[in-house]
Design a protein around this ligand. Structure first.
Ligand code: SAM
Ligand code: SF4
Length: 462
């Protein structure tokens, strides 16, 4: 696997296990100054087992999360547009040789209906997800048309503000077309950075070439897509090795393009219909180790957003948002067309089973209860504060001031238009409590936007 030096990872882990415990304190001190950690420093944190030491790591991660992201949590919904796939990933229900699911590629009319369903619930950010189509079906034309359909859909005052995409690697030319269609982040998970495991779990199809997948991010950057999302599918191989592989991938991107990923996703393998591999997960990541992975990543790459899906239970999600997660999905359905049914992913054409089936309103209500600020903000992307520009604002803390205001604006818009009465009540109370701690100047700016919202303006931001 190009630029993933398997031996350097093994060496770093070996040395980390032999290191003095006192080293952890100095690494955590560096983290708290919001500096990016090296591969070797990250390894030292990953091998920690001692309970007191782990508690220090968790507390440092909470500090860093709070210092950079404050209390904001960005919300989105995935839109599965196709479960047709030419690959045979052992862990996925969409694998081409699985006879147990019905195959479907949504038509543009069906996409529009799905988006209207989501808009009526208050969603504003979408992650488009698809299996890999054969080239003859022109995947890029289908994605671009679908993205245009999503942005064009509207119900009353609501429209989708940002479409991100998780799809198979494309050529530079096709990535350019994707960029022109108005895409936000391009996500592609390497799944595993352990080459032997990669080849075993991806036996056929274009995805069986690990270097083509690794290079996808380089091609996306080359095509001008500023925001890319990486990820590991935890459970395929040893979590410590995988996390360092991810770090090495980030090192490569920083060196070559001057900027790392915009987001990191941390999925754990879930049971999937027709994918027997998921009945006996080889390196099942325990809840405790999962918390450590999230906390260590937060410390290692403090400015990179971290995404958690509804694969996780509500309790786990509540814990992980405090340790480093900055974006979560809500109300997801993982079957194409899933939003028009009442069946919460229990049908037989879903990608995998979900553990959090709460509505958007319930998820928002529970975040508010934890005094977290649910946000639908997409202002940076619309004001072209992406890639390197975003990082240059984020690192000195300049972006945070804008984020607080934008998050509260989007929360008020949600509460006014979509929330249940209980969520409205607790939400307005939270807004007032947070606003009261702002400077006079910041309060005035927020009040001006709130007055506009009261008069009927929507989708306002700074
Ligand atoms: N087909 C494209 C690809 O594989 O890159 C994109 C869509 S695929 C549906 C999105 C992600 O779902 C994969 O990258 C993989 O990490 C995740 N996934 C697949 N099967 C899963 C399972 N059983 N449990 C959890 N996540 C899974
Ligand atoms: Fe296809 Fe992606 Fe599922 Fe693999 S993970 S079978 S490429 S949809």
């Amino acid at each position: 696997m190009r630029y993933i030096d398997q031996n350097r990872i093994k060496e770093a882990l070996k040395e980390a296990k032999a290191a003095e415990p006192a080293r952890i304190d100095s690494i955590l001190k560096k983290s708290k100054s919001l500096k990016r950690l090296s591969l070797e420093e990250t390894a030292a944190l990953l091998v920690v087992k001692d309970k007191d030491c782990l508690a220090k790591i968790f507390s440092a991660a909470t500090y860093v999360k709070d210092a950079i992201y404050g209390k904001r949590i960005v919300l989105f919904a995935p839109l599965y547009v196709s479960n047709v796939c030419v690959n045979t990933c052992l862990y996925c229900a969409f694998k081409g040789d699985n006879k147990l699911i019905e195959r479907k590629v949504l038509t543009q009319e069906e996409v529009r209906q799905q988006i209207e369903w989501l808009l009526k619930r208050g969603h504003k950010r979408i992650l488009l997800v698809a299996g890999e189509l054969v080239p003859a079906r022109s995947p890029i034309n289908y994605y671009c048309e679908t993205i245009r359909t999503i942005y064009a859909a509207s119900t009353g005052k609501n429209k989708i503000k940002r479409v991100n995409i998780n799809c198979a690697p494309l050529s530079v030319e096709d990535f350019r077309k994707l960029k022109e269609s108005g895409i936000g982040t391009y996500q592609v998970f390497q799944e595993t950075y352990h080459e032997q495991t990669y080849r075993y779990v991806h036996p056929s199809g274009p995805k069986s070439d690990p270097d083509n997948r690794l290079d996808a991010v380089d091609r996306a950057f080359t095509a001008g897509i500023d925001d890319v999302g990486l990820g590991v599918l935890y459970g395929l191989y040893d979590y410590q090795f995988e996390t360092l592989g991810l770090l090495m991938h980030i090192e490569h991107l920083e060196e070559k393009f001057g900027v790392g990923p915009h987001t990191i996703s941390v999925p754990r393998i879930e049971p999937a219909i027709g994918a027997d591999f998921t009945k006996n997960i080889p390196y099942q990541l325990s809840d405790e180790d999962f918390k450590k992975v999230v906390a260590v990543l937060r410390l290692a790459v403090p400015y990179t957003g971290m995404i958690l899906s509804t694969r996780e239970t509500p309790q786990m999600r509540n814990e992980l948002v405090n340790l480093g997660i900055s974006q979560i999905s809500a109300e997801s359905r993982t079957a194409p067309g899933g939003y028009s049914t009442q069946d919460n992913n229990l049908g037989n054409d879903t990608q995998f089973c979900l553990s959090d089936q709460r509505s958007l309103d319930e998820v928002i209500g529970s975040l508010i209860k934890e005094e977290l600020i649910p946000s639908f903000c997409a202002a940076c992307y619309r004001k072209e504060r992406t890639g390197e520009v975003f990082m240059s604002l984020a690192k000195p803390g300049a972006i945070k001031e804008k984020c607080d205001i934008n998050a509260l604006i989007t929360l008020k818009e949600y509460l006014d238009d979509f929330a249940s009465s209980d969520v409205k009540k607790s939400g307005y109370k939270l807004i007032n409590a947070i606003k009261s701690k702002f400077s006079k100047e910041k309060q005035d700016l927020l009040n001006k936007h709130f007055t506009d919202i009261d008069k009927g303006t929507r989708d306002t931001y700074i």
